[in-house]
Design a binder for this molecule. Structure first.
Ligand SMILES: N[C@@H](CCC(=O)N[C@@H](CS)C(=O)NCC(=O)O)C(=O)O
Length: 208
């Protein structure tokens, strides 16, 4: 399997999932202009030009972070990084994946990170995006006050939330005001597989 990624983008969650599950993959960094080493434009793989995208090698190409994470979770040994079957925990995990994607990733962080939005939006739009962190952060803080992970053990939903929380300092979203979330982020970063995934991308981010 190939995972198309950009260093420390949301695709980091997929790398963490692969590391946690002990699954092999080829990691392909998408260059700034989108032109891949094999000559293809990245939009031939991911029509929106977004990471993460995976190519399975059997002709299957998948985009959209929550779907990519669910796919990796189902390749992993059953239950290793997900909750499976017709269980409450499985649907709670899907709900958290969607929560992170919509309430945090797109609503708060994209307007603060994406060059196109930053250029078009200006200060007022960025301040509005930054202010939108408060409600989802309050929900997460209350939830994580009494547990170490989004559910009773690690899943791909935690990997996605961590990838997004990593952007707080760069975007000036004040995570330091949210001790429960700061502690959760440190707890996840201390996991060996997470630390390996982050260490693999850190030099790539510095070089980009
Ligand atoms: N809807 C997509 C959004 C993914 C996304 O926003 N990816 C960002 C990185 S975190 C990206 O590739 N941005 C490149 C760009 O905006 O051109 C998903 O959920 O996977």
């Amino acid at each position: 399997m190939k995972l198309y990624f950009r260093p420390f983008a949301c695709s980091l969650a997929a790398r963490i999932a692969l590391e946690e599950a002990g699954l092999d993959a080829e990691f392909v960094q998408v260059p700034a202009g989108g032109r891949l080493a094999d000559g293809r434009d990245f939009t031939e793989i991911s029509p929106m030009g977004y990471v993460p995208a995976i190519e399975t090698g059997t002709g299957f190409v998948l985009t959209e972070g929550p779907a990519v994470l669910t796919y990796i979770a189902e390749l992993a040994p059953e239950g290793a990084i997900s909750f499976t079957g017709f269980s409450d925990a499985h649907y709670r995990m899907l709900a958290w994946l969607n929560f992170v994607a919509t309430e945090l990733h797109k609503a708060v962080f994209v307007p603060l990170l994406s060059t196109a939005y930053v250029q078009a939006g200006g200060e007022a739009e960025q301040a509005a995006a930054r202010a939108r962190h408060a409600r989802p952060f309050a929900v997460l803080s209350k939830h994580l006050e009494v547990r170490d992970f989004l559910d009773d053990r690690f899943s791909v939903a935690d990997a996605y939330l961590l990838a997004v929380l990593n952007w707080c300092e760069y975007t000036k979203v004040p995570i330091a005001d949210w001790p429960v979330l700061s502690a959760y982020r440190e707890r996840l970063r201390a996991r060996p597989a997470v630390a390996r995934a982050m260490a693999a991308e850190w030099p790539l981010l510095k070089a980009a």
